[in-house]
Design a protein around this ligand. Structure first.
Ligand code: PHE
Ligand code: ZN
Ligand code: ZN
Ligand code: ZN
Length: 289
């Protein structure tokens, strides 16, 4: 597995903070900070050799956009997707939620491009708009994807809040169909000596848009408004009785609201999953008539 650069991800987060600062303090749907975030991510991916598409859709807060990036090559009948929502809430810069997931997925995509590896499967990355308004971007993508294209997606991995400052290490456990990838994530944490817990995230992020179409999903999460227990503080460190992210959906979700340990560990977990599932053998698809 790759050892992805936390320094690079931190630089990406600083960029997202600067974009918020220059645009009224947020990167919310229908606000200029969202589109500026998307344009910036797109430019990095284009320069790295990705084929990118911007998909626009309307919301009650104005136009939003998804960014889809395909790495050329691999077996197009077997698509492995990795995604993160790029929008913040309207009242803050959204650096942990979800600058961290967005920046980590970006760094994994850039590192894949730089690696010179060839993938067995087709790799696709996505940055969703308007998650905060109810998973609108990922739902829009799935609703508009032809059935034949949906059928090609073998796995969707979701990363939403992966650098909480008082972190937990949670692996999504709300999709029985996705147990293989779930088990790869828990095995990865175990191999690094990181205690983990399952969490049922109750459809609270964009993987739910895929799961409802029968696609295998998984993801990791370092915690939001929930309170760390004393048992969790014993195994994970940090502060019992305090939220995993004390600035969840607040204006203080800034570059100062990122836990470097969690970010570093989860970045490498994300890289591990991209590298592992790039070459996962999903078998040959029998021709359909
Ligand atoms: N999707 C939630 C948000 O953006 C956060 C969350 C992520 C909650 C993952 C649970 C699991 O506010
Ligand atoms: Zn397949
Ligand atoms: Zn949120
Ligand atoms: Zn989120």
């Amino acid at each position: 597995s790759p050892d992805l650069s936390t320094a690079n991800v931190t630089a990406h987060l600083q960029q997202l903070q600067s974009i918020a600062n220059a645009n009224g303090g947020n990167r919310g749907t229908g606000r200029p900070g969202y589109k500026a975030s998307l344009d910036w991510v797109k430019a990095k991916l284009d320069a790295a050799g990705y084929t990118t598409q911007v998909q626009s859709f309307s919301t009650s807060s104005g136009t939003s956009y998804n960014l889809i990036a395909d790495w050329p090559g691999g077996d197009g009948e077997h698509v492995v997707m990795t995604g993160a929502h790029l929008d913040s809430i309207a009242s803050g810069p959204g650096i942990n939620d979800n600058g961290t997931g967005s920046a980590a997925v970006l760094e994994a995509a850039l590192a894949w491009a730089a690696s010179g590896n060839t993938a067995r499967n087709h790799l696709r990355f996505a940055w969703w708009g308007a998650e905060e308004l109810g998973l609108l971007g990922s739902n829009h993508y799935m609703r508009n994807l032809p059935t034949a294209e949906k059928d090609k997606i073998d796995l969707y991995m979701n990363y939403d809040m992966v650098g909480s400052i008082n972190p937990g290490y949670f692996v999504y456990n709300d999709n029985p169909a996705g147990n293989g990838a779930r088990d790869s994530l828990t095995a990865y944490y175990a191999s690094k000596g990181i205690p983990w817990e399952y969490i049922d995230v109750q459809g609270r992020s964009d993987h739910a848009s895929f799961r409802s179409h029968g696609i295998a999903t998984t993801g990791i999460f370092s915690g939001a408004e929930g309170t760390k227990t004393s048992a969790q503080a014993q195994k994970w460190g940090g502060q019992a009785g305090q939220p995993y992210d004390p600035c969840y959906h607040r204006s203080c979700d800034t570059i100062s609201n990122v836990g470097t340990t969690a970010l570093d560990r989860n970045l490498d977990a994300i890289g591990h999953m991209v590298w592992l599932y790039a070459d996962k053998d999903y078998g040959t698809t029998p021709p359909t008539t």
